[in-house]
Design a protein around this ligand. Structure first.
Ligand SMILES: [Zn+2]
Length: 260
């Protein structure tokens, strides 16, 4: 399983640092268990596009370039869907449950999501996502490189993959940072709102939360840095590809120390 999650066990006595482990699947929940037998239900508040993006950068470090392209392109597809949901929720007050049903169950093909993304993008930025006058446009050629690799088996140069992956990153990170209020991304707020909805849907009481049997998992160390305000309009605002690699390497070191 790829998404092995480790978090501190909050039920172990305070001041003790105990690693609890669980696996992320397609649900919002991670069931964590620590060596002392405590079971914790954690809500995954880390955006999936950030987790998948990390996987991509990590694969890049391991020189698995095609795998890296695959993860980062998947991150983009998930990101587009989240952007659409956020715009419809923030600007039109449509409930997350209706949005999930629409874009995860009915109109879930990538072409349909891209259509919805282009429309939502036009509403917010007044341009389409491929428009060359947009600071970080995402040209169609990135999708065509990806299709050639994964559908036609046409191999790509490492440098070309790196350029495509960075185009995807800068597009996503710019949109994420630009669509914000008082320095906080609307997409970040939309993800956080899911926690209260999840508690309500599962009838978790304040007592459950106080006893720490229910918690929130927030992967703030991601190389995508969803919790960090980046001045996306500044020329040196977005990290370079090399800086993303460095961030992921320091994240690995942190994980390694945490697992000891
Ligand atoms: Zn414990």
């Amino acid at each position: 399983m790829d998404f092995n999650i480790r978090a501190n066990c909050e039920q172990c006595s305070q001041g003790t640092f105990m690693s609890a482990q669980g696996f992320l699947d397609n649900s919002d929940t991670i069931n964590l268990k620590c060596p002392n037998g405590h079971e914790t239900t954690a809500f995954n508040a880390a955006p999936r596009y950030a987790l998948y993006f990390d996987k991509g950068i990590s694969s890049f470090i391991d020189e698995n370039y095609y795998e890296a392209f695959g993860w980062i392109y998947t991150s983009l597809e998930i990101f587009r869907k989240e952007f659409v949901k956020t715009v419809l929720n923030i600007n039109h007050d449509i409930k997350p449950s209706i949005l999930d049903n629409t874009y995860d169950k009915v109109f879930k093909s990538s072409e349909r999501i891209y259509g919805a993304y282009s429309a939502a993008f036009l509403m917010i930025f007044g341009k389409n996502p491929e428009d060359k006058t947009f600071p970080y446009p995402l040209p169609q050629e990135v999708a065509s490189h990806r299709n050639k690799l994964f559908h036609a088996g046409e191999l790509q140069e490492v440098e070309s993959i790196k350029i495509d992956c960075y185009k995807i990153y800068s597009h996503m990170r710019y949109v994420y940072g630009k669509f914000s209020k008082s320095g906080i991304s609307h997409m970040q707020m939309y993800t956080s709102e899911g926690y209260s909805q999840w508690c309500a849907d599962n009838h978790f009481t304040d007592e459950d939360v106080m006893s720490r049997k229910v918690t929130i998992y927030n992967h703030s160390l991601s190389s995508f840095q969803p919790n960090v305000g980046i001045d996306v309009d500044s020329t040196d605002g977005l990290p370079s590809f090399e800086e993303l690699i460095e961030k992921e390497l320091s994240l690995r070191l942190h994980k390694h120390l945490f697992n000891q």
